[in-house]
Structure formats: structure tokens, C-alpha cells
Ligand binder design. Structure first.
Ligand code: FAQ
Length: 327
């Protein structure tokens, strides 16, 4: 009955009644809510994944924000501002979801700013041209949706509900990115070359977003048993390739992979080897923009200290007034 039951207390050889009841709820697709009993490992895994996801949304604003002041038209500028602002909103929902697990915003931000917490590898690459804004929307938001649509059905209530709104917004982001690429690809030879160059630079890092191959994924087995992840890294990566290759063909652009071909037997595209050394270098802090991204976030946090202090002083004064009025 409990095919996916896992022992969650390493000190005990037995599955405890609490663990058994918890797993029964997961098997029945009942959401786990903040006040429900949960194994410590489940809580920690959620805090790790949700907070890394939140950090990714926040740091993820930076590459595209780089182009707000240089967007080619007023309309593109307005769309890009809205998109970058949406990403900030996603970060905030996700920090709130993580906070329901008993960790504070300060702790989470401290982990980001001291380099203890990861954020998505993809945001450590530079945005060199306007076409990169298109490639991010098309490929990066496209990969994010592929990963996040299943997360709408994950076992933790606050995370799954945050995903519903986030996915709706990500769909709009993906379409606007594709639209930028479509305009460039149908433009002058120079514009088309710019779109192709962006695809060449963002393709492989986008495939890395799904995480290491299943055989090297540390957390997948347990996270899937707990329904924190619904699909494996390789499964989602393959879906992304299958979905994106026809889109590239529609644009008249070429995926930078000589080994890419349709495999009739598998019913999927085969694709070339991913440079996992590059991935591990980037997540260890040695990507092209890791230092710049982290420095920018730390500076923004420090520059905002006066505002947070002001809000806290105001809240304390208000509470004091209320206390006096009630006395
Ligand atoms: N980057 O055992 P696994 C977005 C780490 S949102 C950095 O397979 P897991 C929206 C992993 O943390 C993009 N680190 O790990 C947007 C672990 O290290 P740890 C973010 C990575 O958790 C668009 C180690 O490698 N999305 O783009 C990466 O089971 C445009 C072993 O890996 C989410 O966070 C990576 N790519 O699976 C914003 C979605 N991959 O923690 C602005 C939710 C792996 O032990 C503009 N997260 N690592 O030190 C997930 O689905 C999962 O956490 C995975 C990784 C699939 C990312």
C-alpha cells in the first residue's frame, strides 16, 4: 500500500506511526500544510528547494534588468519592466512559502548573501545583447515552466499554491521572449545573427537548469518519494528539448548541437553531451557572473537597511500606541 514509504528518522530502524500516517497522506495526494506533523528531513528539503527557488527569482531579475534602460522601443521597455517585477513577486511568494516552515526571511537572505545557499546556475551568465532578453524569456522561462508546472501538484500546500500563479506569469514571460526572438529572426541578417548567437550561448546553460543527470542527483529519489519533486531531472530536460526544437525550427534558428536528432524508436530527440564540469564550476561560484550577481544583491540589501529600519521603528511605535490605549 505504501509503495513509496521511506524511513525518515535515521535513529530508528522502524517506520514510526507518525511517519506511516504522513506517507499515507502523501500516497492519497492530500496536501501537507504548515501545522501538520512532518519529518524533519521533509521540512529541511523543502526549505532548501523553496528558498533556492526564491533566490533564483530574485537574482534572476538581474540579467534582464541590465537591458531595461536599453530596450529598443517604449513597448518593449514597459513589458520588460513588468516581467522583471513579476520575478520579484515570485521571489516574495516563495520566501513566504519557506517562512511557513519555521525559517525567517533574515536567515534565508543571510544564506544567500554569504554564499551558503544556491540559486539557479543560469543566472550567472551575462546578457550581452538585446537578443539575450529574448533567449531568456523563450528558453529560461520555458525551462522554468517545464519544471514548475508539475510542482503545482507537489505535496506541500503553500509551495504548490504559489506555483499556480507563478506558472501563469511564466507562460506570459515565455511568450514575450519567443516574440522577441521571432521579430529578430525575421529581421535583417544582422538581427537574425544576433538571435542565433543568443541561442548558441543560452542553449546549453538552459539544459543545465534541470540539474545534474539522474544518476548524479543527490536529492531526487527522496524528493520524489515525498512528492516534493514529481519528475526526475532528466525526464524534464528531455521534455524541454522535445518541446523547444520544433520552436527553434519555426524561428529558422539552429540548435547548437551537432548530435541532435529525432529518435524514431524512443519518440524523443537524442541530444549531445552536456558539459557537466561547467555546471559544477558555475554552482561552486566560478561562473562568469557569480561574483557580480552576489555583490549586487548584497549591496541592494545593505542600501535598503535604512528603509527596513524605518518600517520596524514605525511598527514598534504603532504597537506601543496600541498597548498604551489598551492599558
Ligand atoms: N543551479 O540532487 P539535485 C526561474 C544543485 S526559476 C544551481 O538534482 P534537486 C524563473 C542542487 O541544489 C529557476 N544548483 O537537486 C526565472 C543540489 O545542491 P544542494 C529555479 C543546482 O534540488 C526565469 C545539487 O545541485 N527553479 O528560472 C541546479 O533535487 C527568468 C544536486 O542536485 C527552481 O528552483 C541548478 N540549475 O534538483 C526567473 C525550481 N541544479 O542544494 C528570472 C525548483 C541542481 O544539495 C528570469 N527546484 N543544483 O547544495 C527544483 O526543481 C530542484 O531544486 C532542481 C534541482 C531541479 C533545480
Amino acid at each position: 500500500m505504501y509503495a513509496q514509504m521511506v524511513k525518515t528518522d535515521p535513529r530508528s530502524a522502524e517506520i514510526t506511526p507518525e511517519e506511516e500516517a504522513f506517507q499515507a497522506r502523501l500516497d492519497a495526494d492530500v496536501k501537507i500544510e504548515p501545522k501538520d506533523w512532518m519529518p524533519e528531513g521533509y521540512r529541511k528539503t523543502l526549505v532548501r528547494q523553496i528558498s533556492q527557488h526564491a533566490h533564483s527569482e530574485i537574482v534572476g531579475q538581474l540579467p534582464e534588468a541590465n537591458w531595461i534602460s536599453r530596450a529598443p522601443t517604449l513597448e518593449r521597455k514597459a513589458i520588460l519592466i513588468a516581467k522583471v517585477q513579476d520575478e520579484a513577486g515570485h521571489g516574495l511568494y516563495l520566501y513566504c512559502a519557506a517562512e511557513t516552515l519555521g525559517v525567517s526571511r533574515e536567515q534565508l537572505l543571510d544564506q544567500l548573501h554569504t554564499g551558503k545557499a544556491k540559486y539557479s546556475s543560469i543566472f550567472n551568465y551575462p546578457t550581452l545583447t538585446w537578443a539575450d532578453v529574448g533567449a531568456i524569456g523563450w528558453l529560461v522561462d520555458g525551462a522554468a515552466i517545464m519544471n514548475q508546472v508539475p510542482l503545482q501538484r507537489c505535496s506541500y500546500g503553500p509551495y504548490s499554491r504559489a506555483m499556480i500563479r507563478i506558472c501563469k506569469e511564466e507562460s506570459f514571460h515565455q511568450r514575450q521572449g519567443f516574440d522577441i526572438m521571432a521579430k529578430l529572426a525575421a529581421g535583417t541578417a544582422e538581427q537574425k545573427a544576433m538571435a542565433q548567437d543568443a541561442l548558441n550561448r543560452w542553449w546549453w546553460p538552459s539544459l543545465m537548469m534541470f540539474g545534474p543527470p539522474d544518476a548524479d542527483s543527490v536529492h531526487s529519489a527522496q524528493s520524489m518519494a515525498w512528492k516534493i519533486k514529481l519528475n526526475s531531472n532528466d525526464e524534464l530536460r528531455q521534455r524541454f528539448v522535445d518541446q523547444t526544437v520544433p520552436q527553434a525550427r519555426h524561428l529558422g534558428l539552429e540548435i547548437p548541437d551537432p548530435d541532435l536528432r529525432w529518435n524514431e524508436e524512443r519518440g524523443h530527440y537524442d541530444f549531445g553531451a552536456i558539459d557537466w564540469d561547467e555546471f559544477y564550476r558555475v554552482i561552486a561560484g566560478q561562473g562568469p557572473c557569480n561574483k557580480e550577481r552576489l555583490d549586487t544583491r548584497v549591496k541592494a540589501h545593505e542600501d535598503g537597511a535604512w528603509y527596513r529600519e524605518g518600517l520596524q521603528a514605525h511598527a514598534a511605535k504603532k504597537a506601543e500606541r496600541r498597548r498604551k490605549a489598551a492599558a
